[in-house]
Write a protein that binds this ligand. Structure first.
Ligand SMILES: Nc1ncnc2c1ncn2[C@@H]1O[C@H](COP(=O)(O)OP(=O)(O)OP(=O)(O)O)[C@@H](O)[C@H]1O
Ligand SMILES: O=P(O)(O)OC[C@@H](O)[C@H]1O[C@@H](O)[C@@H](O)[C@@H](O)[C@@H]1O
Length: 475
């Protein structure tokens, strides 16, 4: 992985503030600690390393002490910094935060006016071209401080046209990368507004609806194959040419001191795409990694082991008793429960789109999963291909699925009666009249919603394609 962009040093000054200053009504901070960590593009590089990538970092950094501290921290984290140009005329970017307990009181920025000389630019381009050719994936992290010059972006475009890589752009002004042929672009809400000349809306619902309408425009203005608009606590909306939009969901955390979740998101997204994950899976991994760093606080990374623990410890698979206890607690918090059921054998894109849409109809998506005996009765003895436990774990990896409950009957009627969902969702060919569970759901005060399946996507279709591809293996 090559990460190129604007490195900064995030410097945290920790203290406590118990009284106000006599000269002016401002807090007096008694300092008792300091921590310096790589920020900006350097944070993206450190995140990619922590997730397991071999990382070459390219940037322009001053020859000052802050530059030394920054590069030493990166090297200690295992990032290769030999591609960083040290520029005597440049002041290293520093973002110093004065903290009282976990509250940021003030941020002081330095080095924001430092330019890049023609010689530094030329040297960085030479290093970029060489590194690009060695890389599987490239991240561009452009905060608008002048390192990513038009000439450098043109060189990037040439390299990408010559031998395309998984190239992810995280930039304040994404329009600058339109001709580069990036694989994925990651604007946050503010960056997307700037790109599209749209105006900010206030409630989360309004923002989501607004962002859902951006699909065509963001893909067009960034020239990217995939655009992930990150929406802070609301997760992300992911658009891809020719595919249905996909939303990721986070576990909300009110960590005012969290910063750099976007860098983590980009690193995990780039790595997952480079490793061959499809877009929804890559976006879910990115979202999970970002959630981990938000919960940790400060400018930090998500180590691969922590991502793994986060994904497996979520314990989404429950038996009926445990589900009902959890559902009662969620109801008390005023959460709206959405329920659907199915076999979800050989999970495919149709399933993923459907589950994503189902989640959007409420707060908590519960999936009733037909167990192996019930799948056999419904679909024949050759099914399921994957056993209950595996099917449950695959579903559990989706951020839109909150809880999974295996059930053994032919229909979920008993489960619906016990759970009393606010919304019951079913897909495929049903109508309200032909759906056997509809009267039951409505008699319990719930609402029935039917969602279309994507055409040409089915587990049976996959099995038939495999059969045709390998006829010699018989039935
Ligand atoms: N408060 C939060 N609780 C849970 N998850 C969050 C929260 N804030 C952000 N995230 C996660 O981090 C991802 C990226 O966040 P965000 O939209 O804030 O990016 P960003 O503005 O580029 O971040 P930064 O500038 O801090 O790097 C979100 O899509 C979401 O998955
Ligand atoms: O250039 P502006 O946006 O003013 O400063 C960047 C900061 O807001 C922070 O950005 C985050 O993404 C992180 O990269 C973090 O390290 C960095 O300090």
């Amino acid at each position: 992985m090559v990460v190129i962009g604007e490195a900064m040093l995030d410097s945290y000054l920790y203290g406590s503030a118990d009284r106000l200053c006599r000269e002016a009504p401002v807090p007096i901070v008694a300092l008792h600690g300091r921590q310096d960590v790589p920020g900006g593009a350097a944070n993206a590089a450190e995140n990619a390393r922590a997730l397991g990538a071999t990382v070459e970092f390219l940037s322009v950094v001053g020859t000052d002490t802050e530059g030394d501290i920054l590069l030493r921290a990166l090297e200690e984290a295992g990032v290769d910094t030999s591609g960083v140009v040290r520029a005597p005329l440049r002041e290293t970017l520093v973002k110093q935060r004065v903290m009282a307990a976990s509250q940021i009181l003030l941020r002081l920025d330095r080095g924001t006016e430092s330019g890049v000389t023609g010689a530094d630019e030329a040297e960085l381009i030479v290093r970029l071209r060489a590194a690009f050719r060695r890389a599987d994936a490239v991240i561009v992290s452009d905060y608008g401080y002048g390192i990513l010059t038009p000439r450098l972006i043109a060189a990037l475009a040439e390299e990408q046209a010559r031998a395309p890589r998984v190239l992810v752009a995280d930039a304040k002004e994404l329009g600058r990368y339109r001709e580069v042929g990036v694989t994925a672009a990651k604007p946050n809400y503010g960056e997307a507004l700037r790109l599209l000349h749209d105006h900010a809306l206030h409630s989360a619902e309004e923002r989501l609806a607004q962002a859902a309408g951006w699909e065509e425009a963001v893909l067009e203005r960034t020239g990217a194959r995939i655009v992930a608009v990150t929406l802070d606590v609301e997760g992300a909306l992911v658009f891809e040419r020719g595919q249905p939009a996909y939303r990721t969901f986070t576990q909300p955390h009110s960590n005012a001191n969290a910063t750099g979740a976007g860098d983590t998101f980009v690193s995990a997204l780039a790595l997952a795409l480079a490793a061959g994950a499809d877009t929804p899976a890559a976006a879910d991994l990115a979202s999970a990694a970002a959630t981990v760093v938000v919960h940790r606080g400060g400018t930090t990374v998500c180590p691969a082991a922590e991502l793994h623990d986060f994904l497996t410890a979520e314990n989404k698979v429950l038996d009926t008793g445990a589900l009902l206890t959890r559902a009662a607690a969620l109801r008390e918090q005023g959460r709206r429960l959405v329920f659907t059921n199915g076999c979800f054998d050989l999970l495919h894109r149709g399933h993923i789109t459907y589950l994503n849409q189902a989640k959007a109809l409420g707060d908590v998506l519960v999936v009733g999963l037909n167990d192996d005996a019930s799948v056999r009765r419904l679909k024949g003895t050759s099914r399921p291909i994957n056993p209950t436990e595996d099917r449950a774990q695959v579903l559990a990896a989706l951020s839109c699925v909150d809880l999974i409950v295996p059930f053994t009957e032919d229909t979920p009627a008993r489960l619906i009666e016990a759970l009393r969902p606010d919304v019951y969702v079913k897909g495929g060919d049903y109508t309200r009249e032909t759906l056997p569970e509809a009267p039951l759901v409505e008699s319990l005060g719930g609402e029935v919603r039917l969602l279309p399946y994507l055409d040409d996507r089915s587990t049976t279709g996959i099995i038939e394609r495999v059969r045709r591809a390998y006829p010699q293996t018989g039935t």
